[in-house]
Design a protein around this ligand. Structure first.
Ligand code: G3H
Ligand code: 13P
Ligand code: ZN
Ligand code: NA
Length: 320
């Protein structure tokens, strides 16, 4: 059934795991994600960004989810990813979303609180939960200096006031993750004995400080794709050109999931998976032009990535 995240997060917090929040943009992604979740009996969150709603049109996304729920009996939340303003959040709440994010992180502390509070009031009156954000994730366009700047991390001393005054149900924080497939430059990484680039460790000290101040409160990690080297390799071996794509190591996500992090956002890994499957297929079969052939392989990669996440990173298998 289509549900909210309250119960999901409570169980995840107590059970020391996290729920995967997967970005959906088309039918193959919805199918790949929900099939993996159904096989592993895992709760999931499907999230749509403003860009996804523009690309697919809101009705398609909503009905794709409804179709998935007709095929699979699964606990699924439908969430707005990075709502930028009150109107977008209201639109999704009126459209049947069970959860929305209001991303006021680029505003001042006071403006973020005012905007978030307004969304919470409307959402709660309609039985919908709200995710807020404090602190700024480094953008893919940011240079090393900005990405590493202390000011972009969430300030733990602000979280109680933010949650208390807004009434949000969960909080996204910045502890060193960032959006996209290029989370770190090679210069920010060190090389291990095998010569593999190892990115700087997430700021677990900030996460711990936040959790101390917000006992039992669900924390959200954005920008949490691992940019699995195996898929980057497939893309590059089949005509792609992704140089120095680097993500968050799985062991760090597993650790975060065992702590107060209850929602882990994954989009880039799905994009890479779909692209890897399609590229590999078309490269191997230059004569194919039936989308059902190459999208079958793309969808399979999405499925495999999600299944791996659920089992080995999120720890949500069998929790539906
Ligand atoms: O946080 C960003 C998500 O990956 C969604 O990206 O806005 O391109 O759909 P998008
Ligand atoms: P990635 O780009 O790391 O997949 O992050 C996705 C995200 O945070 C969506 O809100
Ligand atoms: Zn995000
Ligand atoms: Na957790």
């Amino acid at each position: 059934p289509l549900i909210g995240t309250t119960e999901m997060f409570k169980k995840a917090y107590e059970g020391k795991y996290a729920i995967g929040a997967f970005n959906i943009n088309n039918m193959e992604i919805v199918q790949g994600v929900t099939e993996a979740a159904a096989e592993l009996n895992s709760p999931i969150i499907l999230q749509a960004s403003a860009g996804a709603r523009k690309y697919a049109k809101p009705a398609y996304l909503k009905h794709l989810l409804e179709a998935a729920l007709e095929v699979h009996d699964l606990p699924v939340a439908l969430h707005l990813d990075h709502g930028a303003d009150f109107e977008t959040c209201k639109d999704c709440i009126d459209d049947g979303f069970t959860s929305v994010m209001i991303d006021g992180s680029k505003h001042s502390f006071e403006d973020n609180i005012a905007l978030t509070k307004k969304v919470v009031e409307y959402a709660h009156a309609h039985g919908v939960v709200v995710e807020g954000e404090l602190g700024q994730l480094a953008g893919i366009e940011d240079d090393v200096k900005v990405a590493a700047h202390e000011a972009s991390y969430t300030r733990p001393e602000e979280v109680e006031e933010f949650v208390g005054r807004t009434g949000v149900d969960s909080l996204a924080i910045a502890i060193g993750t960032s959006h996209g497939a290029y989370k770190f430059t090679p210069a920010q990484c060190t090389r291990n004995k095998q010569g593999v680039l190892v990115p700087p460790t997430l700021r677990f000290d900030i996460l711990e400080e936040v959790s101390k101040r917000l006992p039992m409160f669900p924390i959200v990690l954005h920008g949490a794709s691992s940019v699995v080297p195996e898929y980057v390799k497939i893309i590059n071996a089949n005509g792609g050109k992704l140089a120095d794509a680097i993500g968050i190591p799985e062991d760090q996500l597993r650790k975060a999931a065992s702590m107060s992090v209850c929602k882990i956002n994954i989009d880039s890994d799905l994009r890479l998976g779909l692209t890897a499957g399609v590229r590999q297929h078309l490269f191997a079969h230059p004569d194919h032009f039936d989308p059902r052939q190459y999208l079958t392989d793309g969808r399979q990669c999405v499925h495999d990535i999600v299944a791996h996440k659920i089992e080995y990173v999120l720890g949500s298998a069998g929790k539906a």
